[in-house]
Design a protein around this ligand. Structure first.
Ligand code: CMX
Ligand code: CO
Length: 142
Protein backbone atom coordinates (compact mmCIF):
# COMPACT_ATOMS: atom_id res chain seq x y z
CA UNK A 1 0.00 0.00 0.00
CA UNK A 2 2.83 2.44 0.84
CA UNK A 3 4.91 3.53 -2.15
CA UNK A 4 7.61 5.58 -0.42
CA UNK A 5 8.22 8.13 2.30
CA UNK A 6 6.75 11.26 0.71
CA UNK A 7 7.96 13.67 3.37
CA UNK A 8 8.90 14.24 6.96
CA UNK A 9 7.07 17.22 8.47
CA UNK A 10 9.17 19.36 10.79
CA UNK A 11 7.67 22.00 13.08
CA UNK A 12 9.66 25.22 13.40
CA UNK A 13 9.33 28.69 14.88
CA UNK A 14 10.85 30.54 11.93
CA UNK A 15 10.40 29.10 8.46
CA UNK A 16 12.93 31.32 6.68
CA UNK A 17 15.68 30.55 9.19
CA UNK A 18 15.01 26.81 8.98
CA UNK A 19 15.00 26.85 5.16
CA UNK A 20 18.40 28.59 5.19
CA UNK A 21 19.72 25.97 7.66
CA UNK A 22 18.52 22.98 5.58
CA UNK A 23 19.80 24.49 2.33
CA UNK A 24 23.25 25.27 3.67
CA UNK A 25 23.63 22.08 5.74
CA UNK A 26 22.18 19.44 3.40
CA UNK A 27 22.31 21.12 -0.02
CA UNK A 28 18.57 20.66 -0.59
CA UNK A 29 16.43 23.16 -2.51
CA UNK A 30 12.99 24.61 -1.88
CA UNK A 31 10.60 23.50 -4.64
CA UNK A 32 7.38 24.92 -3.21
CA UNK A 33 6.23 27.49 -0.66
CA UNK A 34 2.59 27.75 0.32
CA UNK A 35 0.26 29.01 3.01
CA UNK A 36 -2.36 26.34 3.75
CA UNK A 37 -5.03 28.12 5.82
CA UNK A 38 -7.04 24.92 6.29
CA UNK A 39 -4.01 23.24 7.94
CA UNK A 40 -2.93 26.45 9.71
CA UNK A 41 0.59 26.44 8.28
CA UNK A 42 3.09 28.40 6.26
CA UNK A 43 5.22 25.70 4.67
CA UNK A 44 8.11 24.88 2.36
CA UNK A 45 8.89 21.63 0.56
CA UNK A 46 12.59 20.84 0.02
CA UNK A 47 13.34 18.15 -2.54
CA UNK A 48 15.40 15.13 -1.46
CA UNK A 49 14.91 12.41 -4.10
CA UNK A 50 12.52 10.89 -6.61
CA UNK A 51 10.67 7.65 -5.98
CA UNK A 52 7.76 5.55 -7.14
CA UNK A 53 4.73 7.76 -7.81
CA UNK A 54 6.45 11.02 -6.84
CA UNK A 55 9.29 12.71 -5.02
CA UNK A 56 10.38 12.70 -1.40
CA UNK A 57 10.75 15.90 0.57
CA UNK A 58 11.43 17.64 3.83
CA UNK A 59 8.36 19.70 4.77
CA UNK A 60 9.15 22.67 7.02
CA UNK A 61 6.11 23.97 8.89
CA UNK A 62 5.57 27.27 10.71
CA UNK A 63 2.15 27.80 12.29
CA UNK A 64 0.06 30.75 11.08
CA UNK A 65 -1.07 31.25 14.69
CA UNK A 66 -0.87 29.49 18.05
CA UNK A 67 -4.23 27.71 17.95
CA UNK A 68 -3.36 25.33 15.10
CA UNK A 69 -2.02 21.75 15.12
CA UNK A 70 1.57 22.90 14.60
CA UNK A 71 1.18 25.87 16.98
CA UNK A 72 -0.06 23.60 19.75
CA UNK A 73 2.70 21.07 19.02
CA UNK A 74 5.42 23.76 19.28
CA UNK A 75 4.02 25.06 22.57
CA UNK A 76 3.93 21.56 24.03
CA UNK A 77 7.04 19.90 22.60
CA UNK A 78 9.11 22.59 20.88
CA UNK A 79 10.69 22.29 17.45
CA UNK A 80 11.18 18.88 15.88
CA UNK A 81 9.61 16.08 13.84
CA UNK A 82 5.85 16.66 13.65
CA UNK A 83 4.68 13.91 11.28
CA UNK A 84 5.70 11.27 8.77
CA UNK A 85 3.94 11.15 5.40
CA UNK A 86 3.76 8.07 3.17
CA UNK A 87 3.00 8.12 -0.53
CA UNK A 88 0.02 6.03 -1.63
CA UNK A 89 -1.58 5.64 -5.06
CA UNK A 90 -5.11 6.36 -3.79
CA UNK A 91 -5.77 8.12 -0.46
CA UNK A 92 -9.49 7.29 -0.39
CA UNK A 93 -8.95 3.55 -0.68
CA UNK A 94 -5.98 3.64 1.73
CA UNK A 95 -8.20 5.44 4.30
CA UNK A 96 -10.88 2.81 3.87
CA UNK A 97 -8.41 -0.04 4.33
CA UNK A 98 -6.62 1.53 7.32
CA UNK A 99 -9.87 2.69 8.95
CA UNK A 100 -11.06 -0.90 8.69
CA UNK A 101 -8.19 -2.02 10.94
CA UNK A 102 -9.49 0.23 13.74
CA UNK A 103 -6.96 3.08 13.45
CA UNK A 104 -8.73 6.42 14.03
CA UNK A 105 -8.84 8.64 10.96
CA UNK A 106 -8.44 12.38 11.59
CA UNK A 107 -9.66 13.00 8.05
CA UNK A 108 -12.47 10.83 6.72
CA UNK A 109 -11.96 12.33 3.27
CA UNK A 110 -8.83 13.70 1.54
CA UNK A 111 -7.92 17.38 1.89
CA UNK A 112 -5.64 19.64 -0.15
CA UNK A 113 -1.90 19.30 0.52
CA UNK A 114 1.20 20.97 -0.90
CA UNK A 115 1.91 20.89 -4.64
CA UNK A 116 -1.55 19.70 -5.65
CA UNK A 117 -1.52 16.56 -3.52
CA UNK A 118 -4.45 14.93 -1.70
CA UNK A 119 -3.69 14.24 1.95
CA UNK A 120 -5.24 12.68 5.04
CA UNK A 121 -4.03 12.17 8.61
CA UNK A 122 -4.20 9.17 10.96
CA UNK A 123 -4.40 9.76 14.71
CA UNK A 124 -0.99 9.55 16.43
CA UNK A 125 -2.50 7.81 19.46
CA UNK A 126 -3.33 4.79 17.24
CA UNK A 127 0.01 4.78 15.38
CA UNK A 128 2.40 4.42 18.28
CA UNK A 129 2.66 8.15 18.93
CA UNK A 130 3.43 9.06 15.31
CA UNK A 131 1.16 11.53 13.54
CA UNK A 132 0.90 9.85 10.13
CA UNK A 133 -0.12 11.42 6.83
CA UNK A 134 -1.08 9.71 3.57
CA UNK A 135 -0.25 11.54 0.34
CA UNK A 136 -1.48 10.99 -3.19
CA UNK A 137 0.48 12.93 -5.80
CA UNK A 138 -1.30 14.48 -8.77
CA UNK A 139 -0.85 12.61 -12.06
CA UNK A 140 2.47 13.46 -13.75
CA UNK A 141 2.19 15.36 -17.03
CA UNK A 142 2.75 12.87 -19.86
N1 CMX B 1 2.74 13.73 16.97
C1 CMX B 1 2.50 12.87 17.99
N2 CMX B 1 1.57 13.09 18.96
C2 CMX B 1 0.88 14.25 18.87
C3 CMX B 1 1.07 15.18 17.83
C4 CMX B 1 2.06 14.89 16.85
N3 CMX B 1 2.31 15.72 15.85
N4 CMX B 1 0.22 16.22 18.01
C5 CMX B 1 -0.48 15.97 19.12
N5 CMX B 1 -0.09 14.77 19.64
C6 CMX B 1 -0.59 14.14 20.86
C7 CMX B 1 -0.41 15.09 22.03
O1 CMX B 1 0.88 14.98 22.59
C8 CMX B 1 -1.51 14.65 22.98
O2 CMX B 1 -1.08 13.52 23.70
P1 CMX B 1 -1.32 13.45 25.29
O3 CMX B 1 -2.84 13.47 25.44
O4 CMX B 1 -0.71 12.14 25.67
O5 CMX B 1 -0.66 14.65 25.84
C9 CMX B 1 -2.64 14.23 22.02
O6 CMX B 1 -2.00 13.93 20.77
C10 CMX B 1 -3.65 15.34 21.82
O7 CMX B 1 -2.93 16.49 21.49
P2 CMX B 1 -3.45 17.99 21.59
O8 CMX B 1 -2.27 18.88 21.75
O9 CMX B 1 -4.60 18.08 22.56
O10 CMX B 1 -3.95 18.27 20.13
P3 CMX B 1 -5.33 17.93 19.45
O11 CMX B 1 -5.95 16.68 19.97
O12 CMX B 1 -6.13 19.17 19.39
O13 CMX B 1 -4.75 17.63 17.98
C11 CMX B 1 -4.15 16.15 16.28
C12 CMX B 1 -3.90 16.57 17.71
C13 CMX B 1 -3.10 15.12 15.88
C14 CMX B 1 -5.57 15.54 16.16
C15 CMX B 1 -4.05 17.44 15.38
O14 CMX B 1 -2.75 17.95 15.51
C16 CMX B 1 -4.37 17.21 13.92
O15 CMX B 1 -5.53 17.15 13.52
N6 CMX B 1 -3.32 17.05 13.06
C17 CMX B 1 -3.54 16.82 11.64
C18 CMX B 1 -3.40 18.09 10.83
C19 CMX B 1 -2.02 18.68 10.89
O16 CMX B 1 -1.16 18.31 11.67
N7 CMX B 1 -1.77 19.68 9.99
C20 CMX B 1 -0.49 20.35 9.87
C21 CMX B 1 0.40 19.73 8.82
C22 CMX B 1 -0.12 19.98 7.42
C23 CMX B 1 0.62 19.23 6.31
O17 CMX B 1 1.38 18.30 6.55
O18 CMX B 1 0.39 19.60 5.14
CO1 CO C 1 2.76 16.94 5.72
Amino acid sequence: MLLRIDHVGIACENLEEKIAFYESTFGVTVVSREVNEEQGVKEAMLHVADGEGGGSYIQLLEPVHADTPVGKFLAKRGEGVHHVAYGVSDVTSALEAIGGTGVRLIDLHPRHGAMGTSIAFLHPKDVGGVLTELVESPPRPS
